[in-house]
Ligand binder design. Structure first.
Ligand code: CP
Length: 308
């Protein structure tokens, strides 16, 4: 299996065939994480720089583990410990890193488009690990892998994404990826946190929590991103939890075989109650496990022996 691209900047423009290749590769590589010795030599001699300008637990750790399980060498850099604190620009930083001959830079940045800017200036693989409120393509891919495992397919499903849609790069990547694969996406949340004309992007908008939950095969709850809220866009977290949170009352109205997802980190008691987060419908930790497999697949396809 191979991909005819050097970078992963977003799911926008990615074909159903490419998505299927990545998910199938992830399925093949996943078992490595459950062997007694969780390492294969596939990327021996390759070097990957993980450059995280924003906090991360799941994405950063799973990229590191993915690289190590494929025997790549890794270097981690964060904004606070790099010379960015002395005023060095992103491009200068990247050019200096390039001078040390890495094969791939994985970047998370608070500014939308930062990975695209790097890709214009740097002739090695760039992977977007989340850029501002724009895209989080590896999260979109691991969400699709989790849905495919739970439902056996990615077409003809109804997926409801609930919460702060405006600030969510996960919502955007999930919408693009799921639409490409033939599923229907419905958004619901405070009106102030749903972008105008979102229907033109291919999403429906539910009029109530009941409507969002009732027919859904998959419910994806989003984190309230307090770090990106520059205005008072809903009254209080308590009221948010009552009106837009997923609790046992909502689960009773949902389909019996619905699965519940969340990209993490969860604000327990805000987006969802602990009973829902830890209940039998929750595949949240499957998402995390799949994160390692999807990132192994991307590293293999972008810089491995069969890379373009
Ligand atoms: N889902 C996700 O991006 O989590 P982190 O911010 O912990 O990486």
């Amino acid at each position: 299996m191979s991909l005819s691209r050097r970078n992963l900047l977003g799911l926008d423009g990615m074909s159903a065939g490419e998505i299927t290749t990545i998910l199938d590769t992830a399925e093949n590589l996943k078992e490595i994480s459950y062997r007694p010795i969780r390492k294969v030599p596939t990327l021996r001699g390759k070097t990957i720089v993980h450059f995280f300008y924003e906090a991360s637990t799941r994405t950063r750790t799973s990229f590191e583990l993915a690289a190590k399980r494929l025997s790549a060498d890794t270097v981690s850099l964060s904004a606070s410990t790099s010379s960015l604190t002395k005023g060095e620009t992103l491009i200068d930083t990247a050019k200096n890193l390039l001078a040390m001959s890495p094969d791939c830079i994985v970047i998370r940045h608070s500014q939308s488009g930062a990975p695209h800017l790097l890709a214009k200036h740097i002739p090695i693989s760039i992977i977007n690990a989340g850029d501002g409120a724009h895209e989080h393509p590896t999260q979109g891919l691991l969400d699709m892998l989790t849905i495919r495992q739970a439902k056996g397919r990615l077409d003809g499903l109804k997926v409801s994404i609930i919460g702060d849609i405006t600030h969510s790069r996960v919502a955007r990547s999930d919408l693009i990826g799921l639409n490409t694969m033939g599923s229907e996406v419905t958004f619901y949340g405070p009106r102030t946190l749903i972008p105008p004309a979102v229907e033109s992007l291919g999403a429906k908008v539910a009029g109530s929590m009941e409507e969002a939950v009732a027919d859904a095969d998959v419910i994806i709850m989003l984190r309230v991103q307090q770090e990106r809220l520059t205005d008072v866009l809903f009254p209080t977290l308590r009221e948010y939890a009552q009106r837009f949170g997923l609790g046992m009352k909502e689960m009773k109205a949902a389909k019996k075989d619905v699965v519940v997802m969340h990209p993490g980190p969860i604000n327990r008691g805000v987006e969802m109650s602990p009973e829902v987060a830890d209940g039998p419908w929750s595949v949240i930790l499957d998402q995390v496990a799949n994160g390692v497999a999807v990132r192994m697949a991307l590293l293999y396809l972008l810089i491995g022996p069969e890379a373009a």
